[in-house]
Design a binder for this molecule. Structure first.
Ligand code: GLN
Length: 227
């Protein structure tokens, strides 16, 4: 254990507490964290909550899920631990993030989740899933919030997307259709001002029952479409 004063000195430089202590709680898990990827946020728990609500009420009891841009593995591991009969796959383009997610699988002893290095769908051949989930990068490159707080210490690859933050979301929606089974669902986290546009994108690509859910602060945060 490092002396407390050296931890305080490090914090005074602005370094996120999650990076200093190397971990962060998310859902019912404790996850190892490093600077290769995003620090899990409580806002993202709403996505996990919604997926569980839908699967618990409508099924299927057993299924396959995909988490795109998984980072620490937070979403995939939370869903795998809450749905032991489902098999989850998390993909990330950053090799260090894939190693971190695999480490988190062992730490939390979750048998039904695997991680693969992949730029979005590229390593998945023609695999199809019942649920595709993602917390992709969605911040505009000129957003001043990138220069504040913990975000300054997180990699831009996990945060920033072109096209006013919507380019990766659009890419995912367009390509998810080839990887969803019949009646499959796609759920995405997005910025609090992006709800209207994300719903448009989902409808443009023929998703049905499109809906948006709010986070704990009452902001639009997660949108879903049924294939
Ligand atoms: N919600 C995060 C933030 O505003 C961003 C997460 C993301 O881009 N996926 O800091």
């Amino acid at each position: 254990m490092r002396p407390i004063f050296s931890l305080v000195e490090e914090r005074k430089t602005g370094r996120p507490i999650a990076h200093i202590v190397g971990k962060r709680a998310f859902w019912d898990l404790e996850l190892a964290v490093n600077d290769s990827t995003l620090i899990p946020r409580p806002d993202t728990e709403i996505l996990v909550e919604k997926v569980l609500e839908i699967i618990e009420s409508k099924g299927p009891e057993q299924g396959e899920g995909l988490d795109l841009g998984t980072g620490t593995g937070a979403i995939a591991l939370s869903l795998a631990s809450s749905l032991p009969k489902w098999q989850w796959t998390g993909v990330d383009i950053i090799p260090e993030a894939v190693l971190l997610a695999r480490h988190n699988t062992k730490l939390n002893q979750i048998p039904n989740c695997q991680f693969v290095e992949s730029s979005w769908f590229t390593a998945l051949a023609d695999q199809k899933f019942d649920f595709i989930v993602s917390n992709p990068p969605y911040i505009d490159e000129n957003d001043p919030h990138l220069n504040l707080g913990d975000v300054r210490f997180e990699p831009k690859t996990a945060l920033v997307a072109k096209g006013h933050g919507l380019a990766d979301i659009r890419y995912i929606v367009e390509n998810a259709r080839r990887h969803l089974k019949r009646n499959g669902k796609l759920i995405l986290e997005h910025g609090f001002e992006q709800g209207v546009e994300v719903r448009h994108i989902l409808r443009d690509f023929n998703f049905q029952y499109v809906d948006t859910f709010k986070d704990l602060s009452g902001n639009d945060r997660v949108s879903i479409g049924y294939f």
